[in-house]
Design a protein around this ligand. Sequence first.
Ligand SMILES: Cc1cc2nc3c(=O)[nH]c(=O)nc-3n(C[C@H](O)[C@H](O)[C@H](O)COP(=O)(O)OP(=O)(O)OC[C@H]3O[C@@H](n4cnc5c(N)ncnc54)[C@H](O)[C@@H]3O)c2cc1C
Length: 392
Amino acid sequence: MKPDLFEAPDYYQIDDLLSDEHKLVRDATRQWVKREVSPIIEDFAQRAEFPKQLLSGLAEIGAFGPYIPEEYGGAGLDQISYGLIMQEIERGDSGIRSTASVQSSLVMYPIFAYGSEEQKKKYLPKLATGEMMGCFGLTEPNHGSNPGGMETRFKDMGDHYLLNGAKLWISNSPFADIAVVWAKNEEGRIHGLIVERGMDGFSTPETHNKWSLRASATGELIFSDVKVPKENLLPGKNGLGAPLGCLDSARYGIAWGAIGAAMDCYDTALRYAKERTQFGKPIAGFQLQQKKLAEMITEITKAQLLALRLGQLKNEGKATTAQISMAKRNNVDMAIKIAREARQMLGGMGITGEYSIMRHMMNLESVITYEGTHDIHLLITGADITGIQAFK
Ligand SMILES: Cc1cc2nc3c(=O)[nH]c(=O)nc-3n(C[C@H](O)[C@H](O)[C@H](O)COP(=O)(O)OP(=O)(O)OC[C@H]3O[C@@H](n4cnc5c(N)ncnc54)[C@H](O)[C@@H]3O)c2cc1C
């Protein structure tokens, strides 16, 4: 793979709107990605292997629970810093960002927001250092966009719960030490349970043959009469709103992350277009190529402003689920379109692993589907502005 020469576009001087802490956190993550991720990522993606050696570094840069308070081992940063960290990691690879998103928003967040004090003290500090890794089990073979239909169930057996069912498409499941699992009790109410690797009847087979997020480990969670201790139930919140609250946080991070992937594709295409000569001049000098680049920087700038304003709202506790849906949907769509255009600008070279674009493009096919598909987010906006649900 070519050396990482990335220079971040900032067409509207958005840096001026960031605090010194934001820029410090962002720049430290950017340097770490250049040093640790860029040199190895193509090889791991080609081999469809998750680079486990990055876990300690991710913890050191504060990517595990950036906004979790320091008393529980988190970095105690604000939501804009969290977003910038996700942006920079996804600039390297969406799969590595997925690992950090899951650990932060889908494992640490529910334990922090819905867990007991004992659960917070037991799990959060180890999750923050990466000593313990987690995954989040909501999607099932028969229930993706409609998680409320889930079939995974647990029964109260007096001194423990008995858990049965299966989850599919679970990021980090093949190596996770714990899983935050969403299941229905005998009354059909959804609760979160912390299931630990090693519990009898619990297995996590890996899903192979992915053409997307190849450097991220994805798998199943299978529960066959798993005895879950009663103290592993998250007591603070139940109902579908509990897992959806976690998704709000993860989708917010994705809205920023997608900007990273888009910036990398744009930056690569711009540099290539200035260097590559055809018909006696750089291809950047042809109107058709300039149109592509000009539209890319326009869309990236709009996405940056959307994410930043959403971050401000989130810091104030005012961001709504529908606002987060709009940003996730817009920014991922923007990124995948830029990846496709940028790939064409590199001609034949665009399909090789010499450049990051094709990997980003394939990764974004998962990002546009997970955490709510492109169409589901549109329906969330539609329901919000009309007051009428069009899901069913
Ligand atoms: C690589 C990867 C990692 C993932 N990681 C996780 C994870 O860590 N944890 C987890 O719980 N899940 C995870 N997922 C699952 C992901 O969230 C689901 O794939 C996603 O929610 C879509 O569900 P589905 O695949 O079952 O598609 P379906 O729900 O079957 O949807 C298929 C199509 O139908 C459309 N559709 C569905 N309902 C409607 C409707 N009412 N109106 C109009 N169109 C509709 C959808 O938009 C989509 O285009 C991951 C997925 C992938 C690919």
